[in-house]
Design a protein around this ligand. Sequence first.
Ligand code: CA
Ligand code: CA
Length: 142
Amino acid sequence: MPLPEGLVDEYRKQFSQIDKDDSGFVTQEELSSLLSQMGHSEADVKEKFRELDQDIDKKISFAEFIDLMEKLSLGRDSSELEEVFKLADEEGMGFIDYDTLKRMLIELIGSSDRVSHGLRALRINEDEHIDCEQFIEIANSI
Ligand SMILES: [Ca+2]
Ligand SMILES: [Ca+2]
C-alpha cells in the first residue's frame, strides 16, 4: 500500500534529522539517539537495527527507515496508550481536556501539524473532554 505523500515528506524530514552527518544513511549510533529518546533500551536498538538493515550493509537507507516508522506506529498498542492517558490524567478524573490531549498526541506522534490536521479531521472540539477509550481511538487514527 503506497504511503500518503504528506507522510513520506514527513518521514524524509525526520530521516534527515536523524541522519546527522547527511550521509543519506542512518547508522546504528544515529538510530540509537532517536530510539533512546523514545524510551527504547540499547539492546532494543541493536535488535531493531539488525531487523531493519535488510541488506546487511550496516546502515539504514530511507526505504528501510520507512519500514521502521510504519512498524513503530503499528506497535503503539492500547495498554501503552492507557499508561500515557493515566499519566496525563493527573487527578484521576477519567478524562483529559483538549489542550492536554493535543500535547500528549504531539509527544506521541512528534508532529504538531499532523496532530492539528488529525484533530480537525476527527472533529474534536476544543471544549471537549476526552476519556481513555476516545484517547486510544484518536491516537490510533491520527
Ligand atoms: Ca548518517
Ligand atoms: Ca541497509
